[in-house]
Design a protein. Structure first.
Length: 526
């Protein structure tokens, strides 16, 4: 914990390991006297992320100590030097293989702010016009959020949230390389503040809440950063969290004055307060939420007297329930409904309609097996279109084989926390599927590949465990038509070097970066 102050900026920092991680791989710079602020998020197995972050901090400060070039040139060169030092250290020490970091650096001189940025840490500017993100997330989900294709809450919960396509240290780079260092030039006026943070904050706390905390505690920088870190931990603290905050001398007074005006002015005398409120991000967030609720109600209840279509849940296997078979409940279900399985074994082949969710009430206790009717080896579950399959087990045996665990086509199908076990031609087969996600599954096969993909696009495969139980030479992923799904934080065990088939060796190496491979050269994940 550090604090500093110049004639213009009062600043403070707080960093914490969070509630889940055993160590803190974040580092920071909070040098208000020299106008240098940074957050650095180390990436790598065991202690390697900490090493990468420390190399980055040391190298950046050494370069910035030499006042040569413009602020943008200094920031760009400092980050490039840090990148190459990390890459060199990783090549020389096997235990550091794969280590990288992401970072955001801010140089403040007078009223000018120069930002050098790589990855998914962030810098916000806060002032009378609300809170605005000046950096761009160099990640698939962050890009979609920046383009307003998905909302903030959806982005925070997205299984690909922690993927990045820019980092510091994974390969040797020139300072002027395209698609490497993002440079942003802006200002900080007397009634404004800046906030730098790692994704441990923004993955847990909404921007509206961040802005509210800053406004409430303006004037006490240490209280601001302490409260933001506490808020991230209160929401679960799933990652290290670091916050650097600096405010100009009039920021606190402006924030308090605007809040007091809005709260105390009579309704007939509020033009200034309304103007302030309309400029706030929190106001627009609240309005957007209200409009979303209204739209949802309109869709749910219908327009012009159409009968309301409430979501329903059909329980299967529960005492007193009319449904003993999954297929019977699925026949009664329509889009938006959920079919929920009680613990037990279900010997069926089923077709899940578009828009229907199939879930286990207690994950891992509802098992789907073959119904043994010829021809054996057909799919246990066939799905077309959107919906969720969650928490069930699919078990194949030599006496009652299942050919395909789940055969999916159509758009927006989510397969989450599903257990696949036994000999199958494939655990999951995606054919002409778009926007599909496979998350948190355990796939243990002793025959064919775990996942096959044909004519599929925008597929996310994240946080799964793939285990090859037999000696067969099939890969975990069999890709056709030069498909390239997005892989993140998966564990592959027993496949040797051939985890993926259907793409070139260079494409394979790039695809598997950010995953774990047991029995081959390890690839570290963030």
């Amino acid at each position: 914990m550090t604090a500093g102050q110049t004639s213009r900026l009062a600043a403070a920092v707080q960093s914490d390991a969070g509630r889940v991680r055993g160590n803190n791989e974040d580092l920071f710079v909070c040098d208000a006297a020299h106008g240098i602020f940074a957050v650095i998020d180390g990436v790598g197995g065991q202690s390697a992320g900490e090493v990468a972050a420390e190399i980055a901090r040391r190298t950046i400060l050494e370069r910035l100590a030499r006042p040569l070039g413009t602020a943008a040139e200094r920031a760009r060169e400092a980050i490039a030097l840090a990148n190459n030092e990390i890459f060199k250290a990783a090549e020389e020490r096997p235990e550091y293989a794969g280590m990288t970091c992401v970072l955001t650096l801010a140089l403040v001189a007078g009223r000018r702010v120069t930002i050098g940025h790589v990855g998914d840490s962030r810098l916000y500017k806060i002032g009378p016009g609300g809170m605005r993100k000046l950096t761009h997330d160099h990640s698939p989900v962050g890009e979609r959020e920046d383009r307003n294709e998905i909302g903030e809450l959806d982005a925070m919960r997205h299984p690909r949230r922690n993927e990045v396509f820019r980092d510091v240290g994974s390969t040797c780079r020139d300072k002027d390389a395209d698609g490497f260092v993002e440079i942003v030039e802006d200002t900080i006026e007397d009634d404004e503040a800046i906030l730098l943070c790692t994704d441990g904050l923004t993955d847990m706390v909404t921007s509206a809440r961040v802005e509210g905390i800053v406004d409430e505690l303006a004037g006490d920088p240490q209280a601001v950063v302490d409260a933001l870190v506490a808020a991230a931990n209160d929401e679960g603290g799933k990652d290290n969290v670091t916050v650097v905050y600096a405010e100009a001398p009039e920021f606190a007074r402006a924030a308090r004055g605007a809040r007091a005006d809005a709260e105390s002015a009579p309704p007939s005398d509020r033009p200034d307060a309304w103007h302030w409120a309309l400029a706030r991000r929190t106001t627009w967030f609240a309005c957007g939420t209200m409009l979303g609720v209204i739209a949802a109600l309109v869709l749910a209840w219908g327009i012009g007297g159409i009968t309301a279509a409430a979501r329903r849940t059909f329980s299967v296997g529960e005492a007193g329930s009319p449904y003993k078979k999954i297929a019977d409940a699925l026949k009664a279900a329509r889009a938006g409904d959920t079919v929920q399985l009680e613990p037990g074994t279900y010997a069926e082949r089923i077709v899940v309609p578009d828009g229907v969710d199939l879930v286990a009430r207690v994950p891992g206790t509802s098992t789907l097996t073959s119904d043994k009717t010829p021809p054996n080896g057909r799919p246990a579950i066939t799905v077309a279109g959107s919906g969720r399959i969650y928490g069930i087990r699919i078990e194949s045996t030599p006496d009652a084989p299942i050919g395909i665990g789940i055969r999916a086509s159509g758009a927006d199908r989510r397969i989450e926390s599903v257990d696949f076990d036994g000999p199958m031609r494939a655990a999951i087969e995606l054919t002409e599927a778009t926007a599909a996600s496979i998350y948190g599954c355990r796939i243990r096969t002793s025959q064919g590949p775990a996942i096959t993909m044909t004519l599929a696009s925008d597929v996310i495969i994240a946080a799964n465990t793939f285990i090859r139980a037999g000696a067969a030479g099939e890969p975990a992923l069999l890709l056709k038509d030069e498909l390239r799904p997005l892989l993140s934080r998966n564990l592959f065990a027993g496949y040797g070097a051939e985890v993926v088939r259907g793409i070139s060796p260079d494409q394979r190496a790039q695809l598997l970066s950010g995953n774990f491979i047991v029995g081959a050269e390890p690839v570290t994940a963030r």
